[in-house]
Design a protein around this ligand. Structure first.
Ligand SMILES: *[C@@H]1O[C@H](CO)[C@@H](O)[C@H](O)[C@H]1NC(C)=O
Length: 437
């Protein structure tokens, strides 16, 4: 009673309290903002993992060195969704891939080393990794994907002699025993190698999917797309070529397989997207790869596309400034066309007021979030509406080269979470939590 009387009788006090509160709030917001936008004060190379390894923090003497050392020990998190970084790359990271259970992530790096990191705890200070040095004289690895399970790695290399593909798998038991006797970890062994697979042309994408639908035989198939107009399908186990399709469109931008290994779709500097089906015969072998559908509606080139995880939809981003969602679960053998079920404007504009061109796009395993990149920027959109959920400008110091979601939620310090990984020419691989929905 007394309190109520006091506050109602002194509006001046109320005004003072509100003013003080607003002042405090402004102060806190300003402090937060200045922290968030504070540029990294140490030169970019100072936080590189190699420097950290060669300059232990305890050897620093003067305060300036000490603060630099502290920064190295606790590299600043630039964005609140950035959860960790995979250290050790000494050159541009050209490709990354998650194993099917998400517990392993493999990277291809221009330093000619393949690294397979174990992600047992996403919040860990550092990650153990298996290091696979490509034989001396090898070409630069440019793409990487897992074959069967987490034991087969398929690597694309590029050089003067064209594109090569090879597959490494766990060492045979004899080799593993021999390595153990010498006290060394057993190195994966090369199981097959193919040279110049795209007739001297470079590669724009390499993906893999297990054929798990109706007539599929469960084996993992690979799709490699050249910068020309051809896309080739291979078995991960043996490297046997299963078929070649020609897009008959200008030039491939990228091609990808549906998660169930049934459909192949390509973006190719044109507005229309063609879709092929991998058809298995009675003998469990790929019988043919006919073109079965075409997505028509964009007014300009499609820059990237991805399948949803149920393999029933395709999401496309185009130079016409729109993103479209297509239902491909139609009776295409009865000439029913895939339906565009959603169109939204690309929400981000460049300095001239035009929609930015998305370099790549990846749908989260729960299909709720679209991760997109352009240059060094990473952005998260709500799949349902196209609304921006969050943006990490300068997510990397140089262009992002690869964007992949872990297929399953992974353990973090605050429970299991979906994890997104990005790789960049800035020698880094970063792990991100999705924004809350
Ligand atoms: C980086 O990405 C931007 C935007 O996609 C592109 O215009 C630019 O050419 C790229 N730079 C390099 C060095 O690849």
């Amino acid at each position: 009673m007394a309190d109520a009387a006091a506050s109602s009788s002194s509006p001046a006090l109320l005004v003072t309290l509100v003013t003080v509160f607003l002042g405090l709030l402004t102060f806190v917001l300003l402090a937060l903002r200045s922290r968030a936008s504070k540029p990294e004060s140490s030169p970019a190379h100072a936080t590189s993992p190699t420097d950290f390894a060669t300059q232990p923090a305890k050897k620093s003497t003067n305060p300036k060195q000490r603060s630099l050392a502290a920064k190295k020990a606790h590299p600043q998190r630039h964005h609140h969704l950035e959860i960790n970084m995979l250290k050790g790359h000494t050159d541009a990271v050209t490709g990354i891939a998650f194993s099917s259970n998400g517990r392993g992530i493999a990277s291809a790096c221009a330093d000619r080393v393949i690294r397979v990191f174990k992600l047992d705890d996403i919040s860990a200070k550092s990650f153990k990794f298996l290091r696979l040095n490509l034989p001396s004289g090898s070409n630069c690895p440019t793409k990487i994907t897992f074959g069967h399970g987490s034991s087969q790695l398929v690597i694309a290399t590029e050089g003067m002699s064209g594109t090569g593909l090879c597959m490494y798998s766990s060492a045979s038991s004899e080799a593993a025993t021999a390595a153990k006797e010498q006290g060394k970890p057993a190195q994966p062994e090369m199981k097959w190698e193919l040279k110049n697979v795209h007739d001297k042309k470079g590669l724009v994408s390499l993906v893999s999917s297990p054929a798990t639908f109706g007539s599929g035989n469960g084996g993992v198939i690979l799709a490699s797309s050249s910068e020309g107009t051809d896309i080739k399908l291979w078995t991960a186990d043996t490297g046997k070529c299963l078929g070649t399709v020609d897009t008959n469109q200008l030039k491939n931008t990228m091609a990808t397989l549906s998660p169930n290994g049934r459909f192949l779709a390509a973006a190719a500097f044109t507005a229309d997207v063609k879709i092929w089906e991998v058809v298995y015969g009675k003998d469990n072998q790929v019988k043919e790869v006919p073109k079965v559908m075409q997505l028509k509606g964009h007014k300009s080139a499609v820059t990237w596309l991805d399948f949803t995880w149920d393999s029933e939809r395709i999401i496309t981003a185009s130079k016409d400034g729109s993103i479209r969602i297509w239902n491909i679960n139609v009776r295409y053998h009865m000439d029913e066309d895939p339906k565009c079920i959603k169109v939204f404007k690309i929400p981000t504009l460049d300095s001239k007021g035009n929609p930015v061109l998305y370099d790549r796009l990846a749908v989260s395993p729960d299909n709720q979030i679209l991760a997109v990149t352009y240059g060094t920027t990473l952005q998260w959109l709500r799949t349902e509406t196209g609304e921006i959920l969050d943006t990490a400008e300068n997510a990397h110091d140089e262009n992002i080269t690869c964007l992949v979601w872990a297929p399953q939620p992974l353990p973090t310090e605050s429970g299991k979470s979906l994890i997104l990984a990005t790789a960049s020419s800035d020698k880094r691989v970063k792990l991100w939590c999705p924004p809350p929905l």
